[in-house]
Design a protein around this ligand. Sequence first.
Ligand SMILES: NC(=O)c1ccc[n+]([C@@H]2O[C@H](COP(=O)([O-])OP(=O)(O)OC[C@H]3O[C@@H](n4cnc5c(N)ncnc54)[C@H](OP(=O)(O)O)[C@@H]3O)[C@@H](O)[C@H]2O)c1
Length: 318
Amino acid sequence: MDKKHMDKKERAKERREKRRQEISLLRTIPYSDHQRWWSKETIAVVTGANRGIGFEIAHQLAVHGLTVIVTSRDTGVGEEATKVLQEGGLNVFCHQLDIVDPSSINVFVEWVQQNYGGIDILVNNAAVNFNLGTDNSVEFAEQVIGTNYFGTKSMIKAMIPLMRHSSHGARIVNVSSRLGRLNGKKNRIGDAILKQGLEDVETLSEELIDETVNKFLEQVKDGSWTSGGWPESHTDYSISKLAVNAYTRLMAKMLSDRPEGEKIIINCYCPGSARTAMTNWAGQISPEEGADTGVWLALLPDQLVTGNFFAERRELTF
Ligand SMILES: NC(=O)c1ccc[n+]([C@@H]2O[C@H](COP(=O)([O-])OP(=O)(O)OC[C@H]3O[C@@H](n4cnc5c(N)ncnc54)[C@H](OP(=O)(O)O)[C@@H]3O)[C@@H](O)[C@H]2O)c1
C-alpha cells in the first residue's frame, strides 16, 4: 500500500476511534426526567434478540426502564437469553418469532394483543449473512433477501396496527448496514437509472424495491448476476440491506400523513463491524457498542427525525 493510501486509512481509523470514545462518554450521560418519555409501561419488541446486537439492544432498552419482549426463532434459546436479563432484575419477557414464517408472526401478533394491547417500539434486528471476509457466494441469496428484506417488511406490516398512539410517537428502528448504501464510496449499484429510482423518494415504491431484489434473485438462478451491476462485496447481503434502507424511506413517507398523536417514526442504522456470530467474532467493536445507535434512535427524546439512515449517532446519506 502506498504512503498516501496508508495515511488516509490511518486517519479514518483515528476518526473512528475518536467517535467511539465520544459515544462511550455520551452513554454515561443519563436522560433527564424531562427527556424520558417512556416508563415501565412502554413496550419494545426486538427481533432476533437471543444473541448478538439484538440481545444487547433488548438489554440496554430494559436497563433504561422499558418492558422488553425478547423474540427468538428458537423458543429454548430465547428463554435462556431472557432468563439472563431477568436475573439482572430487568423487565423482560420472551416469545417465539420467526420473521419468515407468517404463522409465527400471526401467533406473535395475537399474543401481543392479548397480553399488552399494543407496542411502542419495534426493533427489526433479525438477519442472516453467509459470507465472511472476502467470500461472495450467492448460494443462500434467497434466504438472505427473504429474511433481511421480506422478513423485516412482514414484521413492519404486521406490527404497525399494534403501535400505540401517543404524543411522543411510536418508533421503528431497522438494523441495517453501510453495505446497503446507494451513495457509499464502494459497493454501488451499476445501473444508473435503477440507482436514481431508488434514490429519489418521489419515484420510490414498494414495487420498485421488490422488483430490484427479485431481478437479482432471478439472475442468481440463471447465473448472470456477476455482470448485473450489483454491489461487489457481500452482494446478496448488501442488496438485502439496500432494500431495507429504501423501504425505511418509503415507509417514513407513507406514515408521514398520520395525524398528531398517532405518529410513527421509522429510521435505520448501521451498527458498525461488531464481534458477533455474523462476523465470526471478527468485528472491530463489541455488540454493546453496536447496539448503541439503535437504542438511541428508539428513545429519541425530542428531535423526531424519520426516514433517515444513521451510524454512530449521526445521520448519513443513503
Ligand atoms: N455484526 C456486524 O458487524 C453487523 C454489521 C452491520 C449490520 N449488522 C446487522 O446487525 C443485526 C444483528 O446482527 P448480529 O451481528 O447480532 O448477528 P447474529 O449474532 O448472527 O444475530 C442475528 C439474529 O437474527 C436472528 N434471526 C435470523 N433469522 C431469523 C428469522 N428468520 N427469524 C427470527 N430471527 C432470526 C438470529 O437467530 P438464531 O440465533 O436463531 O440464528 C439471531 O438472533 C443484523 O441485522 C445484521 O445484519 C451486523
